[in-house]
Design a protein around this ligand. Structure first.
Ligand SMILES: NC(=O)c1ccc[n+]([C@@H]2O[C@H](COP(=O)([O-])OP(=O)(O)OC[C@H]3O[C@@H](n4cnc5c(N)ncnc54)[C@H](OP(=O)(O)O)[C@@H]3O)[C@@H](O)[C@H]2O)c1
Length: 429
């Protein structure tokens, strides 16, 4: 018999949970009409049941025991929006064991245990929906899973961390130093008190793991992804990049090549006329290139209460439809296979390098020789005098393997005329 009332339990009612609940309340009729069933929020687990909540909730729904949600036999869908990995994993496993569909926004969890959890869900003839885990309100998981499913995806590339994009935008546009831009991002709620997950690149790497797993059907471990954050990017580099015709962005790049997968997150110089260069502040944008569809781009707010809540609600609606129409075994992304990953040394990039050298004749020639011996050719070079004794040199190489570039750099570091290597960044055309 088809269910007419589908019951939901929340684990967490913070930024994302609160946003999802607000949308469920304000668009209740439309949402129920689309599903063809009523939704009822039956229980909400939080840490502190006494906290004042917005939107307001009936206090009798609140509990500080997550087990009350996952073990409640009447609850059909568990919405995990409390974050963290171990407890969230335990709660989701118990929810699946207890025959519930799961909706989550938890990228850390899905990047590390998603494939395992999805195959358990499949065995239970249930499903886990995780649209909110990448790109907040931007549809990304569903397009990769469904709309682009017939394509062989060649490449995904994008800005998938709003915090670092906000910081880099403020540096580029307002001339702020990194520390000032970070403090402002914290004050405006775009960065957490401990910003390391964002600024060290891990948040983007978790999201890349999830997207690349879907795009390339690969079993991807976090260790497979090269991760470098933005904390070493200086305003000076952003200014030089602009002079050379580039913007600096934290890019997540995934590609499938003949020699294996390329998986990396790092600050990158991209041409100022590239669409990603125009993505500012907390916005996210992702390019996907499929063999049939060509290039598609997704753009929007990658985080925040209502944008992320919008993705959570869409997932609740999909789960509710599956329950209402008794759709079983619809985990379509459980056929992941092991894939070779191209070691960083063998990956090809262009490089931006900023260094200080003694202001003496022959320095350029020595640099050119060190690069030439490793078959690294130079595309652009700028020299500016810092003072009487020192010159600042900025150069951009042509395509080179990381291995060759590093060997050339080892030689350059040993040169007596080189005083300091101040910055090395990758360049994508
Ligand atoms: N914020 C975003 O824009 C965003 C975007 C995409 C994805 N996400 C992901 O969404 C998840 C939630 O993020 P958030 O920003 O909404 O976090 P948050 O504002 O800190 O909210 C966490 C909620 O979980 C509750 N909670 C924490 N530990 C609990 C426990 N042991 N038992 C019961 N409840 C517990 C908290 O209770 P109290 O309210 O009582 O403290 C709070 O309601 C995370 O996985 C995050 O990565 C967030």
């Amino acid at each position: 018999m088809q269910k007419d009332v589908i019951k939901i339990g929340f684990l967490g009612l913070g930024t994302v949970g609160g946003g999802a609940l607000q949308i469920l309340q304000q668009n209740y009729r439309e949402i129920c009409r689309k599903i063809g069933a009523k939704l009822e929020v039956k229980r909400i687990a939080v840490r502190d049941v006494k906290k004042t909540r917005a939107p307001e909730v009936d206090p009798t729904l609140l509990t500080d025991k997550w087990e009350h949600v996952v073990l409640d036999p009447e609850i059909d869908i568990v919405v995990e929006v409390m974050g963290g990995v171990d407890l969230a994993r335990q709660a989701i496993l118990q929810a699946l064991e207890n025959d519930k569909f799961v909706v989550t926004a938890n990228k850390d969890l899905m990047a590390q245990y998603g494939q395992q959890l999805l195959s358990i869900a499949k065995k239970q003839q249930k499903n886990i929906f995780y649209e909110a885990s990448v790109g907040g309100g931007i549809p990304l998981i569903r397009p990769l899973k469904h709309c682009l499913a017939a394509n062989r995806i060649k490449k995904i590339m994008g800005i998938i961390n709003g915090t670092t994009n906000y910081i880099l935008t403020q540096m580029a546009k307002e001339g702020k130093e990194y520390g000032t831009a970070l403090a402002e991002a914290q004050a405006r709620g775009f960065a957490e008190a401990d910003p390391s997950n964002d600024v060290d690149g891990w948040d983007a790497a978790y999201k890349l793991n999830i997207l690349a797993g879907l795009a390339f059907s690969g079993m991807i471990a976090m260790d497979d992804i090269y991760v470098e954050g933005v904390s070493k990017v200086k305003l000076r580099d952003i200014r030089y990049a602009q002079e050379l015709g580039y913007a600096v962005k934290l890019l997540a790049i995934g590609a499938e090549t003949e020699t294996g997968l390329i998986l990396r997150v790092h600050p990158t110089l991209i041409p100022l006329n590239h669409p990603l260069a125009a993505v500012e502040n907390e916005f996210n944008a992702i390019f996907v290139e499929g063999d049939a569809v060509g290039e598609v781009m997704f753009y929007g707010r990658g985080a925040g209460s209502l944008p992320t809540g919008s993705a959570i609600c869409a997932d609740i609606m999909e789960a509710a439809s599956a329950i209402k129409y008794e759709i079983k075994n619809n985990v379509i992304e459980a056929n992941f296979v092991p894939k070779k990953v191209v070691p960083m040394e063998k990956q090809v990039s262009r490089f931006y390098l900023r260094l200080k050298a003694k202001n003496e004749p022959g320095v350029f020639a020595k640099l050119a020789t060190a690069f030439g011996e490793e078959r690294v050719s130079l595309d652009m070079i700028i020299q500016k005098r810092s003072d009487e004794q020192t010159a600042e040199i900025v150069l951009v190489t042509n395509d080179v393997t990381e291995g060759s570039f590093n060997q050339a750099m080892a030689k350059i570091r040993e040169m007596p005329s080189i005083q300091s290597i101040n910055s090395v960044l990758r360049v994508v055309e």
